[in-house]
Design a protein around this ligand. Structure first.
Ligand code: GDP
Ligand code: MN
Length: 385
């Protein structure tokens, strides 16, 4: 689970990491009010669960009230990679001379946490990681001992962090590692950690992702999660009890069983399409679950077609087929084309039952995925015109 920047900053600040003064706002007037309290210049920052907000227009600096109003008007309500911005963080703008990167994550290959430090932080860290991986210094941590202070200093030294802030940065790295460990983090990151004109360091951004399975022992963070789950679709998925992950593409995917859904995702990619989501409706694909799943995928604006990949087990293919029919019969007009592939128990009976005025039935998974990708391409083109 992901915290919003404003929540992660709260956790970081409580742990002693310097962060700029800031407050949350949900309307243009509130932005102006907060900015007046903080004093100009301010940064207005979209609070949505996507990276790269800066490049996508979700972060603007304002020198005065007119600019703050303009920034708030353009950011509040905007669509940022499929998420509508409903809250912004208004923050004292930092007068910086350099942008650093510090982070802690789990290195699954090594089976150990790894601390990362770079002198080349900022919006292009992904490019740095790809083109010049040496510029990001990595220090593995034996979780039995934690991060030794000398390791933090070594990482900072190896990363050529300027001398005047080296000890402060090492301190931030140590605190970040402690948070990672104590708060069950999966990724904890500051990018950029800004170096100010007065030689101080301050966390201008904050990322904190938590191991979901550990939330039971992190009640404070679990409460933040409820506040953070402002994505309607993710909230809906929780309500319905589905495993759901929203993705960037336009082919909606519904299946029963994680393996089956992953296979479908891979095939959509293989046939040149882009998956819009991972949605596992689990065993017992009864009519109501099928209807709920369709409701979710149809209400995702990015979806242009839907592919069902169902393996009949205890819930037989004919029951699933009836569920799909009755879910689709509720619509006067099917909003997006639906392709169904049924296999397993009573699959043939199920295919007979499916109403082919409402859905396209394909016998093979490959066939179903190809059709869904074609439908999605056609519809995307129509919408473009
Ligand atoms: P991200 O793009 O979603 O990672 O958002 P960040 O919070 O990292 O901001 C992206 C970029 O916006 C930073 O690297 C800075 O260049 C700029 N930025 C963010 N906050 C401030 C600020 O307070 N002052 C200044 N001058 N620039 C900022
Ligand atoms: Mn950032």
């Amino acid at each position: 689970m992901k915290l919003h920047e404003y929540q992660a900053k709260q956790v970081f600040a409580e742990a002693g990491i310097p962060t700029p003064g800031s407050a949350l706002a949900e309307s243009v007037d509130e932005v102006v009010e907060v900015a007046a309290d903080l004093g100009y210049p301010v940064a207005v920052k979209a609070q949505v669960h996507v990276g790269g907000r800066g490049k996508a227009g979700g972060i603007k600096l304002a020198e005065n009230e007119t600019e703050a109003r303009e920034a708030a008007e353009s950011i509040l309500g905007m669509d940022l990679k499929g998420y509508t911005v409903e809250k912004v963080l208004v923050e004292e703008a930092v007068d910086f001379t350099n942008e650093l990167y510090v982070g802690v994550t789990m290195d699954r290959g090594e089976g150990e946490p790894v601390v990362m430090v770079s002198e080349r932080g900022g919006v292009d860290i992904e490019a740095v990681a790809e083109e010049d991986p040496e510029a990001i210094v990595r220090e593995h941590v034996d979780p039995a001992f934690g991060l030794h202070p000398y390791q933090a200093r070594k990482a900072v030294f190896d990363a050529d962090i300027p001398d005047e802030v080296a000890l402060d940065v090492a301190g931030v790295v140590s605190t970040l590692y402690d948070l990672f460990e104590e708060r069950d983090g999966s990724d904890v990151e500051i990018n950029p950690l800004m170096v100010t004109a007065d030689g101080e360091v301050v966390a201008a951004d904050a990322v904190m992702n938590i191991d979901e399975d550990a939330l039971f022992r992190q009640p404070e963070l679990a409460e933040m999660e409820e506040e953070a789950a402002e994505d309607d679709l993710e909230a809906k998925a929780n309500e319905y009890g589905f495993d759901y992950v929203r993705l960037d593409g336009n082919v909606g995917i519904i299946g029963n069983g994680a393996g089956l859904v992953m296979t479908t995702l891979d095939l959509v990619d293989y046939y040149g399409g882009e998956p819009a989501n991972f949605l596992d409706i689990g065993g017992g694909a009864k009519a109501e679950r099928v209807a709920n799943a369709l409701d979710m995928v149809f209400s995702d604006e990015n979806v242009d077609s839907v592919v069902f990949n169902i393996f009949g087990g205890i819930t037989r293919g004919d029951e699933v087929a009836k569920g799909i029919n009755s879910a689709l019969e509720q619509f006067d007009e099917i909003p997006k084309p639906v392709v169904v592939r049924l296999a397993g128990t009573n699959a043939a009976e199920g295919r007979e039952i499916l109403n082919d005025e409402l859905v396209t039935v394909e016998e093979t998974l490959e066939g179903a995925v190809q059709r869904a990708v074609e439908f999605a391409d056609d519809r995307a083109q129509e919408v473009d015109q």
